[in-house]
Design a protein. Structure first.
Lengths: 344, 344
DNA sequence: TGTTAGCACTCTATTTTGTCGAGTGCTAAC
DNA sequence: GTTAGCACTCGACAAAATAGAGTGCTAACA
């Protein structure tokens, strides 16, 4: 027995129906589709076949059929049609993306909010990994009590800061000098190479300050990698709208899994190697997300991918729409970031 | 009829019991308390009195009694005893507060997490309002295409940055000069006065750049006030553990109210005028929080209060413990911030 | 006068039972 | 290969039955 065109059509109809209704699809419902013009009995036979092939599942005898993960996979690979975004949806996204976006942080937040508002699923956005960015400026600002603030700015306009200790023998005025020298020497260097370079080049006029410089550089490197708490989440509650989570305990489990952010961060990081990625139900390594599908995309400035973002929803997800939204957002986000996030 | 010592004692016992169990308290349960040594019938009479006085409510005949908001108010004002923190709890807080806290953002996040982990309620933390801080350093960093990054550092070690437009006639080198002049002139000025001062003093060597300076100052001012999306939330899901929210719809309403953050921000801002504040049930202006109690505290560096943080939970909240935790946290947070957030 | 035992009553939560309907698989006929 | 027909299964829902917690009131007691 194989998957002929008719079976495929019926399967698609079932999936579309199930995505809409969330309740098992019976043979009668499908037999009403005019394009097939088949009786419910015939559909039943086909459904039995599809079940045997592993594309459908039955919660219990005398319930309708529910698509399996395998079916969704087939669906996204071969059957799904993209849903063009409506004007309203585009407006909604624009509205989010045009508000005072003068800081990376708020760009990430707004992106997450736009995504969750348009899709009604949970959105996650990973802040940019700056490893491939280039240094523009480094500034050491003296604070009281042997502390200083290191501020790093990349050519793409991202700023990071960290507080470090300053040994007593380094005078306040010297920090300005060191800032100048470091900026000059490492101007336009890739952020992730600076550590190595300083190790090799530790000589010349700054030789006697090398211990201090190490701690500066260590702070710089630490700040380049985003970490899990910085993943922006939005619309976690959206999940509560879906009947899949009408049970408080399921909802709790999901929210707990998501709140940690560690898993999400790992997933996003892994996904940042591909332009798009879709993992469905059991394809997710994580036990907690076996009932979910996760769709991600990467954003970039210029060539280099900076990070990724995505959507988590029930496997019964509106894949067509989600993908369209992510595609749109991917462009939109890359543009906003390229424009140096200045919009007011 | 008035509230004598015995009535007070019984009321306290009922509240304590109800905080534990979340289900209406019957006369028998209280009559078992040895310290009263009264029969359930007597307790019943007293309970009827307490109900008449407005301290107790009855969900329906033949259910036990439930404390009213008025009762909780009395409880926190006159009857409650603080719960000392256990060693484990202190350890838990310490663990959160000692991890790489080299950025204000992460201090806020860790604080929120510690609070929600220890109390099992929802925690919110407002980032510092820098209005009363003093300027330490201001740096304009040129980026490409007529943009620059303004970085501001306060004497207390907080940094903020914003991207601004730079008019063509302002050369890259001049930004360095302007940075120096601004830093010199406004060194140690209160952040919220800088706007006014520049308006008055706009003369001398920077006269011909005044339009540009205005936009710099506007960016500075904008960054001083935290805004609602910056309120850190943690443990929103904790609420789902409580029977009050076993109904998904209630949970949804709560989570939606909280996700917006606007209300929380307003509340925290208002609360930042008092060291501590407790609002119970109906005392909350907001309709959404009529079933909740909100306890907040402020934190500071030196004299000036910088912001506030707090806990949201059901009115049936363990007030004694929450207040102890907030008190501990208030000290702890102020210390961490005073120490310039450097801990590794 | 305050306290208490006793009792009838109320109301909810839970369990049990019955009914309805959607959906199935199978068979036989077209 | 398709379809009508039919017996069967199972969950959802409603109605009825039961149990139990708690009350208010009354009358008696110290």
């Amino acid at each position: 027995m194989e998957l002929d065109a008719r079976k495929l059509g019926i399967l698609k109809a079932i999936i579309d129906e199930y995505i809409m209704s969330a309740s098992p699809v019976g043979s009668r419902a499908i037999s009403k589709h005019e394009e097939f013009n088949l009786s419910s009995a015939t559909i039943r036979n086909e459904m039995a076949d599809l079940e045997e092939l592993g594309y459908l599942e039955q919660p219990h005898t005398s319930a309708g059929r529910v698509p399996s993960d395998k079916a969704y996979r087939l669906y996204v690979d071969r059957m799904m049609q993209r849903a063009a975004l409506s004007d309203d949806e585009i407006k909604l996204i624009r509205a989010h993306m045009s508000a005072k976006l003068d800081e990376v942080e708020s760009v990430m937040k707004q992106t997450a909010q736009a995504l969750s508002a348009v899709t009604n699923y949970t959105a996650m956005v990973m802040p940019p990994m700056l490893a491939a960015n280039r240094l523009r400026h480094i500034q050491l600002v003296p604070l009281r009590e042997g502390r200083a603030l290191v501020v790093i700015v990349t050519t793409t306009g991202f700023a990071r800061d960290a507080i470090i200790r300053v040994p007593e023998e380094v005078r306040s005025g010297e920090l300005e000098r060191i800032s100048r020298i470091l900026t000059e020497r490492f101007y336009d260097c890739r952020m992730d190479h600076i550590g190595d370079m300083i190790a090799k080049e530790m000589s010349g006029e700054l030789y006697e300050r090398r211990a201090f410089l190490c701690s500066v550089m260590e702070a710089v490197e630490r700040k380049m990698e985003p970490d899990s708490p910085n993943v922006q989440l939005s619309g976690t509650n959206n999940m509560l709208h879906y009947p899949e989570y009408s049970d408080v305990n399921k909802a709790k489990t999901f929210l707990a899994a998501v709140e940690g952010r560690n898993m999400l961060y790992d997933m996003l990081k892994r996904a940042s190697k591909l332009e798009f990625s879709i993992t469905i139900g059991n394809e997710n390594e994580d036990e907690m997300f076996k009932d979910c599908s996760i769709v991600t995309a990467t954003y970039q400035v210029g060539e280099e991918p900076l990070g990724s973002f995505g959507i988590i929803g029930p496997t019964r997800m509106n894949y067509g729409k989600v993908i369209s939204v992510l595609e749109y957002m991917r462009r939109s986000l890359s543009e906003v970031l390229s424009a140096d996030q200045d919009e007011d």
